[in-house]
Write a protein that binds this ligand. Structure first.
Ligand code: F6R
Length: 242
């Protein structure tokens, strides 16, 4: 695992956007896995700026979601489909056809999960998966105690994660209880994992993921198993590393 400490989140965004741009120059139809939440926004902004400046051609790029709320109606502004379309797909000038995600509105959620794992494999696998990290060490929505071999499946959000995400909704009651998330085993199949963490609130989770023992109690520690994992942290998030 490679750990890169950057001065701030903008520098982290620039670094990862350049890695994505470099990948797209080598493989124009690369499949980029994207996370939602606050942390990755500087990455998407920096990559969109490169597109506008003509530094990278994203016309053949493909985007896939990491996770999705269960039960939000299609088109809900906080469904991760809507968020990824708004924050990634549209700024990069891509069409909806370049984008795939799990169906959080499906009646048969288990089938939707299996369909998504199959679709990722049929698409040739994820080339670069961008990850955030929860304060409890989750990646995607694999909360502590998730199996390190898990596949895409439905998970129940912890109260902590629902509270963390309530800022995107009009109140805690609006935050769904369930999500579909790529499993840790699914995530580990991406060719390159890039985790971005910024801010002191993530410092304990980063230290446990990078330097703690491999443990299902800290899902992000699964990155230790991956042959090509990069952890990009600002100085605050790096502050508890030894
Ligand atoms: C969301 C996701 C989550 C977030 C994590 C951190 O797609 O995968 O694991 O990355 O909850 O969220 P922020 O960046 O908002 O602190």
């Amino acid at each position: 695992m490679e750990v890169v400490i950057v001065p701030d989140s903008a520098a982290g965004g620039d670094l990862i956007a350049e890695a994505m741009a470099d990948l797209l120059r080598r493989k124009p139809d690369a499949l980029l896995g994207v996370a939602t939440g606050s942390t990755p926004l500087p990455v998407y902004e920096a990559l969109a700026a490169k597109v506008r400046a003509g530094e990278v051609d994203t016309s053949r790029a493909r985007i896939c979601q990491l996770d999705e709320y269960v039960g939000l109606p299609y088109g809900h502004p906080e469904s991760y489909r809507s968020v990824v379309l708004r924050e990634v797909v549209e700024p990069l000038g891509l069409t909806d056809e370049a984008f795939m995600g799990p169906d959080g509105t499906a009646e048969d959620v288990a089938a939707a999960c299996a369909d998504y794992d199959r679709a990722l494999a049929e698409a040739g696998g994820v080339d670069l998966q961008l990850l955030g990290i929860g304060t409890d060490g989750h990646i995607g929505f694999n909360e502590p105690c998730s199996s390190l071999a898990s596949r895409t499946r439905i998970k129940t959000l912890t109260q902590q994660t629902r509270q963390d995400n309530a800022r995107f909704f009009s109140g805690l009651d609006e935050v769904p209880h369930h999500v579909i998330t790529q499993g840790i085993g699914t995530i580990l199949e991406a060719r390159h994992l890039v985790l971005l963490a910024t801010g002191e609130a993530k410092a304990d989770a980063v230290a446990l993921a990078v330097e703690g023992p491999l443990s299902a109690l800290v899902p992000a520690s699964a990155l230790q198993l991956h042959p090509h994992a990069t952890v990009v942290v600002d100085e605050a998030a790096a502050s508890r590393l030894k």
